[in-house]
Design a protein around this ligand. Structure first.
Ligand code: AMP
Length: 230
């Protein structure tokens, strides 16, 4: 167990939001942070993909949008998120990954948290990575269609080698990781980020993290914000 955990004031629900463009390492950092804080990691992208895989009504509605990298309507995302946030394991808090993505979603989140719990303590991180680095990172990213694991730095591995370390499935480029779609997703991110940061900055500090460096260094920079002596 990390020593910082012992120092937490745990009465309030801890909500951690990590903002960042696709390819910024958001998913990886959110997973680590969730483990560290011992709260669930909620990725709206993952929740939506699970619906697609399970062929639910929601899944059928959003499948095409996900492939094209288009934002899913707020009503659908909110339903999926609310269903998850109201589960017992989220009572102590959560790490939100990929949500909110717009200012309106940030308002809807405020309402949702008011409706589901009492006090919250919120931490908002923004991962900063240059666009050229993002494009390069995503070009080397592969996903396992069976277990959903994401593998980075695959571009220099030979084609036959591209198998999932866990279950041996051949790795694929996720439909929305194709370069044209990534550029479109980046464009949407850039359109929304200022208003989103503005929304949070009114209430709490948005902590900028330089994320164009080794994963471990980024993790330490984030953890340090929970305990300056870490
Ligand atoms: P991600 O895994 O976070 O990159 O999300 C993959 C896709 O899921 C996005 O390109 C959107 O189509 C959809 N999505 C995920 N989160 C949201 C959200 N908060 N609002 C709207 N669409 C979302």
């Amino acid at each position: 167990m990390h020593p910082i955990r012992n120092g937490f004031a745990t009465e309030k629900q801890r909500i951690v939001i990590v903002l960042g463009p696709p390819g910024s390492g958001k998913g990886t950092q959110c997973k680590r942070l969730a483990q560290f804080l011992r709260v669930p990691h909620l990725s709206t992208g993952d929740l939506l993909r699970q619906h697609v895989e399970s062929r639910t009504n929601v899944g059928r509605k959003v499948e095409e949008l996900l492939k094209r990298g288009v934002l899913v309507p707020d009503e659908i995302v909110m339903k999926v998120l609310r269903d998850r946030v109201t589960q017992a394991d989220c009572l102590g808090g959560m790490v939100l990954d990929g949500f909110p993505r717009t200012e309106r979603q940030a308002h809807l989140l405020d309402d949702c948290l008011h409706a589901t719990r009492g006090g919250t303590s919120m931490h908002v991180f923004r991962l900063i990575v240059p666009e050229a680095v993002i494009i390069r990172r995503i070009a080397g990213r592969r996903t396992c269609p069976t277990c959903g694991c994401i593998f980075s730095d695959c571009s220099d591995r030979i084609e036959n080698d591209l198998k999932c370390d866990r279950d041996g499935s051949p790795l694929l480029v996720r439909e929305d990781d194709k370069e044209e779609t990534v550029r479109y997703r980046l464009q949407i991110f850039e359109q929304e980020i200022s208003a989103l940061v503005g929304h949070f900055a009114k209430k709490e500090k948005v902590i900028e993290i330089e994320a164009d460096r080794a994963v471990e260094q980024v993790t330490q920079a984030i953890f340090a914000r929970f305990c300056p002596t870490a």
